[in-house]
Design a protein around this ligand. Sequence first.
Ligand code: 2RA
Length: 329
Amino acid sequence: MKIAVVGATGMVGQVMLKVLAERNFPVTELLPVASERSVGSKITFNDKEYEVIGLEEAVNLKPEIALFSAGGETSLEWAPKFAAAGTTVIDNSSAWRMHPDKKLVVPEINASEITAQDKIIANPNCSTIQMVMALAPLHEKYKIQRVVVSTYQSITGTGVKAVQQLENEYKGEKGEMAYPYPIHRNAIPQCDVFEANGYTKEEMKLTNETKKILKDDTVHVTATAIRIPVVGGHSESVNVTFENDFEISEVRNVLSKFPGVTVQDNTDVNTYPMPIYAEGRDDVFVGRIRRDLSQPNSLNMWIVADNLRKGAATNAIQIAEYLVEKNLV
Ligand code: 2RA
């Protein structure tokens, strides 16, 4: 299968290449695509060297699937062009996620919504993916009324410049700043830009995307997204209120049976999810599951995942695997 990776030289693009190889995705021809300034540079995939090409050249080569992680502007302009050429686009930007005609997919939850007519499929935001992976099975069993989530997000979500800033700060070196203040020894209560309602775009993604993926506008979500000096993944403290009551043992059982979720929850031996152990893995890890003693039908849990893998590259490639499995491409 001819596969384009648009944004192949970026942080998520590089992880997409790694995951495609790890999962032996049936790539017969790879088109690494990037902006004009990267055209001609070389990348390695499956021990073979490829030359990076531009978008115009790539769209004319008509790949069956194009994995996009090149920012919203590129997706808005180029995803329709690839789709018009017959390519199925799986887009990791926010450009198409809330578009009424576009599917927003976490394969374990709603891959069955995808049809052969869907030529642009949106990959949800990383912090949304890991949260809904835990919420979906619980919503089905207990009907969620409200979610209060605080995220503790890896600086890899901001991009290479932020990772470099943190590394420079560790070493006490000056360099280009992704933030106008230190990341090291800090917690920054802002992921993405602020909207008029006082929430950041990141926080509103958690609210809006969750409703769309669960197909239930009665699920109310309020979020606070924090950036912390961690590289392995995003962590989330999630409080959920259900319509129906539950047994904590049953909640653990429901979660542990859901594909792609691993329950790590034994406080007797201090076992719980942490980014340092989630890094490089594709599961969503859930722990600290406990009843909220302050209100009925409510619980707290702690959710951790590698934001570059299940939060981006792996989820997109699982969508591509579904397309192949169901002969939709
Ligand atoms: C972040 N969710 O972590 C976004 C992904 N770029 O900033």
